[in-house]
Design a protein around this ligand. Structure first.
Ligand SMILES: Cc1cc2nc3c(=O)[nH]c(=O)nc-3n(C[C@H](O)[C@H](O)[C@H](O)COP(=O)(O)OP(=O)(O)OC[C@H]3O[C@@H](n4cnc5c(N)ncnc54)[C@H](O)[C@@H]3O)c2cc1C
Length: 366
């Protein structure tokens, strides 16, 4: 019997496991794959996410970006800059292996399971039937991503939505010649990106709205035009799960976090920060509930999710405005007195709600 089982060893799962292990809990970490494994993700980590990792992830950072180029539809590109880092670039297979090694170093029991047959909440524990293995744990954290299996067993109503993104790597002689870029000029309700890494750039398309119909062909054409290359490697598409503003834990022993709970933001599709943050909060809720009993894990988690859900509401409003009025909103963003406070706040690692209530209105909110 484990104190906690964590399904999924991505950023949400390893963040949750690390907190529990630090407090001496016996933790089982389950994943569908052996690591390292590929994960569709551009690997951009904003400073607020970077500083949330409880260990130094600089060994897996490939580039640090202080400039972001934005291309609006129908007008000239502009740049957002800060003296501090605006985004850290990693490769997800390396980051996730690095994190898994950190939690295994703390004593996590890691097991690869191919299929979940059932997840059953009993009075005093949760039972996970994985065919040849039957696991029991006091709590289960569902951190198994956008297509979560745990969510299927633990959530009755549909609260989440799926956005779509496709990405690929393009090897270039001088990737550093390309700034980090968001290009809104070639796609309705979405954007193309270029994220520079050490020996390649990662390119991709994000579409806001589930009926995206994104195609690899669009990415090949984009690479041809922007990078003069058609040699795309590791082309991968995957959903990004949003809608976590509506997530309410329904069970006292099963908590969802990261994409499983719809905790990616819909504006640009950032999810790593929210995954780490919510994974940690789920673990803290379990630790605090150890004194008072399981119903309070759910209550405590709901309280702890307030900041995440406030931020996600703001991103949702921002996405609604941006994709409805892209020209107007990007025109506004192009003015330095609008984008500078955002850049400063981002570079200082602040979540959106604190940027808006602090910097934007001139308050000194650390
Ligand atoms: C193309 C693309 C680009 C993106 N780029 C960025 C970016 O640059 N920056 C950013 O912040 N976000 C980005 N995102 C979003 C980000 O990848 C996710 O929000 C983030 O990975 C969520 O973390 P997670 O731990 O919740 O889930 P995941 O990272 O998806 O991890 C889930 C884990 O669960 C495992 N799993 C899945 N199913 C099962 C199962 N049935 N049983 C056991 N284990 C299972 C998986 O193998 C995986 O290890 C991108 C997403 C996509 C699709």
């Amino acid at each position: 019997m484990f104190d906690a089982a964590v399904m999924g060893a991505g950023p949400a799962g390893t963040a949750a496991a690390f907190v529990l292990l630090e407090k001496g809990l016996k933790v089982l970490l389950l994943d569908k794959y052996e690591f390292p494994r590929k994960k569709a993700c551009a690997g951009g980590i904003t400073p607020k996410g970077y500083h949330l990792f409880p260990y130094d992830i600089s060994p897996v950072i490939k580039r640090e970006c202080r400039t972001i180029r934005i291309t609006p539809p129908g007008s000239t590109p502009f740049h957002i800059q800060d003296q501090n880092i605006l985004c850290h670039m990693t490769r997800r297979e390396e980051l996730d292996l690095f994190s898994l090694e950190r939690v295994m170093g703390k004593g996590a029991h890691f097991k690869v399971i191919k299929r979940i047959h059932s997840i059953c909440e009993k009075n005093h524990f949760v039972e996970i039937d994985a065919g040849s293995d039957l696991f029991k744990a006091s709590y289960l954290i569902g951190a198994d991503g956008a297509n979560s299996i745990v969510r299927r067993f633990a959530a009755k109503g549909r609260f989440w939505q799926k956005q779509t993104a496709i990405e690929a790597d393009v090897r270039l002689d001088r990737p550093e010649n390309h700034p980090m870029e968001f290009d809104f000029s070639r796609l309705k309700n979405g954007y193309f990106w270029i994220f520079p890494k050490d020996d390649h750039v990662n390119i991709g398309i994000y579409s806001y709205g589930s009926r995206a119909g994104l195609q690899t062909r669009q990415l090949i054409e984009y690479a041809g035009k922007k990078l003069s290359s058609h040699r795309l490697e590791s082309v991968r598409g995957y959903p990004i799960c949003t809608g976590g503003v509506h997530y309410r834990p329904e069970s006292s022993r099963i908590l969802l976090c990261g994409d499983a709970a719809g905790f990616a933001e819909p504006l640009l599709g950032e999810g790593i920060y929210f995954a780490v943050k919510s994974g940690r909060e789920a673990a803290f809720a379990i630790l605090e509930a150890a004194e008072t009993g399981p119903p309070s894990a759910r209550r405590m988690y709901m309280k702890k999710l307030k900041e995440i859900q406030t931020d996600l509401r703001l991103y949702r409003a921002g996405a609604g405005f941006l994709y409805r009025f892209p020209r107007v909103s990007l025109k506004l963003l192009s003015f330095p007195y609008i984008h500078d406070p955002f850049a400063r706040g981002y570079a200082q690692g602040k979540p959106l709600n604190r940027i808006l209530t602090g910097n934007m209105f001139g308050k000194n909110n650390p």
